[in-house]
Design a protein around this ligand. Structure first.
Ligand code: NDP
Ligand code: MG
Length: 371
């Protein structure tokens, strides 16, 4: 029987690659709905090709060839076996909760969902017996390594180090948008690419891992691994380390997440050769250069609304950087400022999370005007 799937964010980097996987495995999937944002031209092309029953776009009147539904309605449709949440930003949170409430499994790319509301989302998934399969390559790697979480001593998350790994702090101070977007290993959406340049992406991933695998922060380690071949690893209590390796391609984790627990010969480009790769390097992250990582650990350990603040302040600052209005380090300085002035709300509800998110964004924008 075909697996019925909907894709939120089908016009984005992850969404487009997911459709490439599904095209290869067309006998395994039936697409129920595709959802994009503003790129209506691409969405309509995708509708023509993949023939979903339903679709969403920011301007639904421009959708051609599928019945328009809201993101919430798509996620309430119990025909879905699985929903790939690959929108960027906070927009992913509410539809994910709706899908979980309807007992639909989630392939989760949108890390903001867990950074903002990991406690609520994971608890709800547990109650509803819903699987959340990570698409993020590091978490997907860990998901593949873990047999019994209770026997795991440490999670080891790898980081490519981004475009500024070998640059000095002085060089980073004046980094251009173009330099920040020039990621050596991965071709991703702009927001996450800037986060990879500051290593905030890795910080968000540490928080994501904490929630997905219910691991305390002092058992989540980050190691820089420039080749991006080892996608992450776990260390068992007996000292045995299991890592997941593969060529750097998002097709593999996307396919794993949407076909789990099956595996297929899908879009794999070539066989893996250790001899061709020849060497793998690892080093400690430079904590002085990449303060974002520290801020994320701090916010994660504080928990409650601190990670909402971290995420909102960072995202607003990244948008300002992309617009050419602030410098790279202003991103991290403003996150640090917002975090240090944040009044913690304990165990915030979803409504409170969105209120805090809005307030932090407004304050961050105000702060950045004066830079
Ligand atoms: P992109 O910016 O490439 O794509 C974002 C997608 O979300 C697009 O389809 C966009 O639509 C849609 N979207 C944005 N805002 C809205 C909105 N308000 N309503 C509806 N749809 C919206 O991002 P990525 O694909 O790179 O990343 C998606 C998510 O996956 C992020 O959370 C990211 O952190 C995570 N992720 C990405 C990885 C990657 O390799 N790219 C790796 C690991 C995680 P449109 O373009 O039509 O406006
Ligand atoms: Mg990742």
């Amino acid at each position: 029987m075909k697996r019925k799937i909907s894709i939120l964010g089908s016009t984005g980097s992850i969404g487009r690659q997911a459709l490439e996987v599904i095209e290869k495995l067309s006998d395994k999937f039936e697409i129920i709905a595709l959802a994009g944002g503003n790129n209506i031209e691409l969405l309509n092309e995708q509708i023509k090709k993949f023939k979903p029953k339903y679709a969403y776009a920011n301007n639904i009147s421009l959708i051609e060839g599928a019945a328009p539904l809201s993101l919430e309605e798509i996620c309430s449709n119990k025909d879905n076996d699985i929903i790939l949440v690959a929108v960027s930003g906070k927009i992913g949170l509410k539809p994910t909760i709706t899908a979980i409430n309807n007992g639909i499994d989630i392939a989760l790319a949108n890390k903001e969902t867990l950074v903002m509301a990991g406690d609520i989302v994971m608890q709800l998934a547990k109650e509803k017996g819903v699987n959340i399969i990570p698409v993020d390559s590091e978490h997907c790697a860990i998901h593949q390594c873990i047999k019994d979480i209770s026997q795991v001593e440490n999670l080891i998350i790898t980081a490519s180090g981004g475009p500024f790994l070998k640059k000095t702090i002085e060089e980073m101070k004046n980094a251009t948008v173009e330099q920040a977007l020039n990621h050596p290993r991965w071709n991703m959406g702009k927001k996450i690419t800037v986060d990879s340049a500051t290593l905030m992406n890795k910080g968000l991933e540490v928080i994501e891992a904490h929630h997905l695998f219910n691991m305390p922060y002092d058992k989540i380690n980050v190691v820089v691994h420039p080749q991006s071949i080892v996608h992450s690893a776990i260390e068992y209590v007996d000292g045995s380390v299991i890592a997941q390796l593969g060529l750097p391609s998002m097709h593999i984790p996307i396919q794993y997440a949407i076909t789990y627990p099956e595996r297929y010969n899908g879009i794999k480009s070539k066989s893996f050769s250790f001899a061709e790769i020849a060497r793998l390097d690892f080093e400690e992250p430079d904590w002085k250069k990449f303060k974002a990582l520290n801020l994320a650990y701090e916010a994660g350990k504080i928990g409650n609304s601190a990670t909402v603040c971290l995420n909102a302040a960072n995202e607003e600052a990244v948008f300002e950087f992309l617009a050419g209005k602030i410098k790279l380090f202003d991103i991290i300085n403003s996150v640090e400022y917002m975090l240090s002035h944040h009044n913690i709300t304990k165990t915030p509800s979803i409504d409170e999370i969105f209120e805090i998110d809005k307030e932090v964004r407004e304050k961050t924008k105000e702060l950045l005007v004066h830079i």
